[in-house]
Design a protein around this ligand. Sequence first.
Ligand SMILES: NC(=O)C1=CN([C@@H]2O[C@H](COP(=O)(O)OP(=O)(O)OC[C@H]3O[C@@H](n4cnc5c(N)ncnc54)[C@H](O)[C@@H]3O)[C@@H](O)[C@H]2O)C=CC1
Ligand SMILES: O=C(CO)COP(=O)(O)O
Length: 346
Amino acid sequence: MNKVAVLVAGSWGTALASVLADNGREVLLWSRNEEQVKEINEEHRNRRFLNDVELSPLITATSSLQQAVEDADAILMVVPSSGMREVASRIKPFVKKDTLLIHATKGFETGTLNSMSEVISDELPQINPKRIVVLSGPSHAEEVILKCPTTVVVAAGELEAAEAAQDLLINSYFRVYTNPDVNGLEVGGALKNIIALGAGLTDGLGFGDNAKAALLTRGLAEIARLGTAMGANPLTFAGLAGIGDLVATCTSKHSRNWRAGFKLGQGAALDDVLKDMGMVVEGVKTTKAAYELSRRYEVTMPITDELYQVLFEGKSPKLAAQDLMGRVRTHEIEEVASISSPKWQG
Ligand SMILES: NC(=O)C1=CN([C@@H]2O[C@H](COP(=O)(O)OP(=O)(O)OC[C@H]3O[C@@H](n4cnc5c(N)ncnc54)[C@H](O)[C@@H]3O)[C@@H](O)[C@H]2O)C=CC1
Ligand SMILES: O=C(CO)COP(=O)(O)O
């Protein structure tokens, strides 16, 4: 597996392209922005997202999707969730059926509530759905690009596909685990962004560490509740794509979701916050998707419900916090009626 296409050249795509280049892979990094392509090819920089870091000469940028994917042994899709379907449908004519397809996007599709692997599978029917690999876990692009030790997890229906992705990416600073639980990784990776928004909000409101810890812990409980209803293994949420990513995102200055929540907590308007960020804040759309998924799967998600009201119905963050604290009293640990954990065959 020597040639890898990475779509697109945002923060995470560029950081993953660097990991691949450090592993000796030839990387074609796609961007729709010609100036960015020029900057990467001529100056080996992607200043808008990862200021000042020099990129490997093994990374070549292109604005042609066909050129990026047609000879690729593997394609790594890192498109924000809102653009995944469009980009997947555009590459359809050029993707061979034996290409390894990995995605590292954290979100669900608005409207359909499809996961990213479902969107890819719809648009690329030539790829066996069991060979679509999900990559998730605590991994800020800003740290990966500096080769700070990072652990992630990959999941696919077929063990061999997950191991191929593991082989492709693992190195001395980027440790990759495998897991058969595709749903668990996609739910954990997407929904932690809701809790990160909430953690930013509590910090913006001036609440302390107790509130943050409460949000993380009870947030994990509701992520696991939805995830298990969708067929995930509850233990996945005790792993890198669950608690791991919650810790990284809810406590980090790098997190765009935390930063957006912080500004909202300080009284800024959502539209202004998103405009100023200039980068994707997946948690906003994911709050809407999770709100709808909780109704589809009939699970209780009080933090998501409150955040939905703050983001889309103008509820004050302070009142949302009060309403969460004033909920009907309940047990901490829930009975799990039956668990059917995903497993690899053989
Ligand atoms: N930045 C990070 O540390 C991490 C990000 N992720 C996930 O990776 C995904 C991508 O995030 P980032 O790279 O951080 O976003 P970003 O905001 O840094 O970059 C996104 C890039 O995608 C481009 N883009 C947006 N829609 C497009 C479309 N329809 N067609 C073509 N290009 C399009 C934008 O122009 C921009 O260049 C998100 O789902 C995010 O949650 C996951 C782990 C870590
Ligand atoms: O997913 C991430 C780290 O694992 C990045 O989170 P943000 O999108 O909030 O920056």
